[in-house]
Design a protein around this ligand. Structure first.
Ligand SMILES: [Zn+2]
Length: 343
């Protein structure tokens, strides 16, 4: 078990040492997983901090049978039922004392996309609480909340973070601990979506809505938004706004691309067709979405790299009864800097 290095050199642990050793690893694992949850997961997704592997590594170095029995009874009978308090600093662990610290979760700095700063920044924990016990107790203004008996242990956590750079509006999360899982059950404000700079501005709302829909578990909506995104872009590029089939629009769009690059780029026409398959059968197809998004992004990144011009539709004047085609002009492609747009 190379992953968990048991600290004690002589590898003969008493049961208090074994408890401390497990607690130390469990603290690190739970803290890292909380960070992972908030940085990378979306609503109703979860992470695990199941310590089974750590327990195996530790029990392998307890050779004294009574020590092993006490340790395993503690793991199986007690540990999973213990609430894990939140803390800002790691609490000291004392080897050789039987009154070892309970496992706890260190609330660390995390990296989140900051809308105000326009990029991912370090957010520091500004305020956090485990509201399970206080809500069971109630108070002067709130009656006590009754919780049904819960096995494994249930904890409701509220965590508030703030961007260290701009100290803008705080971001709040509700996290539910159920046994060895941490689940993201709430977020305010809504998760921000980073839209790469090469995604064309006029249609970027459709792109970001597709990402939001996918992150919220609505893959069919995500597929539809993503297909609408490329269709609306192709309509703009070809000035076709009436009743034209998607296929015709995508063929016309492909003709606008320089032949030298066209064959090397993922084809929007091909991905329009592939996205249409699950849409026509109303299927939540995560796999198609994930591959399509990568390929479509690649297409636009190549457009950016070769500075391919975009057709810009000027806003119509009130007196202008003509078709949008009348006011279409070309402008150079988006800049090649790495900046991102937030929507
Ligand atoms: Zn900021």
């Amino acid at each position: 078990m190379a992953k968990y290095v048991i600290q004690k050199a002589q590898a003969q642990l008493s049961h208090p040492q074994a408890k401390d050793e497990l607690t130390r690893h469990l603290n690190n694992l739970a803290s890292a997983q909380l960070r992972q949850l908030l940085e990378t997961k979306h609503l109703y997704q979860k992470v695990s901090f199941d310590p089974t592997e750590i327990v195996s590594a530790i029990r392998a170095v307890i050779t004294n049978i009574p020590n092993l029995t006490v340790f395993m009874n503690w793991v199986q009978g007690e540990l999973i039922h213990r609430p894990m308090p939140l803390t800002k600093e790691p609490l000291p662990l004392n080897y050789l004392t039987t009154e070892h610290q309970p496992p706890f979760i260190v609330v660390q700095n995390i990296k989140l996309f900051c809308k105000k700063c326009g990029e991912r920044e370090a957010f520091m924990p500004a305020w956090f609480a485990d509201i399970t016990e206080p809500s069971k107790r109630g108070g002067e203004t709130n009656p006590a909340v009754k919780f049904a008996p819960s096995n494994p242990v249930l904890q409701l956590l509220i965590l508030v973070y703030q961007c260290q750079v701009c100290t803008g509006q705080p971001e709040a999360f509700i996290v539910r601990r159920a046994g060895w899982h941490l689940e993201l059950h709430g977020r305010s404000p809504m998760e921000q979506v980073e839209v790469p700079a090469y995604i064309p501005r006029p249609e970027s709302r459709l792109f970001s809505d597709s990402v939001i829909a996918f992150n919220s578990g609505k893959s069919l909506a995500a597929l539809f938004y993503l297909r609408s995104f490329i269709e609306q872009f192709a309509r703009r590029m070809t000035n076709q706004w009436g009743r034209v089939t998607g296929d015709e629009i995508m063929i016309a769009y492909a003709d606008t691309l320089p032949p030298a690059q066209r064959d090397a780029m993922p084809s929007l026409r091909e991905w329009y067709d592939k996205l249409s398959v699950p849409i026509h059968s109303a299927k939540d197809d995560n796999e198609v979405y994930e591959v399509a998004k990568v390929k479509i992004e690649e297409h636009f990144d190549i457009r950016r790299a070769f500075r391919m011009p975009e057709t810009v539709i000027e806003p119509k004047k009130a007196s202008d009864g003509g078709d949008a085609a009348d006011s279409a002009v070309e402008k150079p492609g988006p800049s090649s800097t790495g900046e991102t747009n937030a929507t």
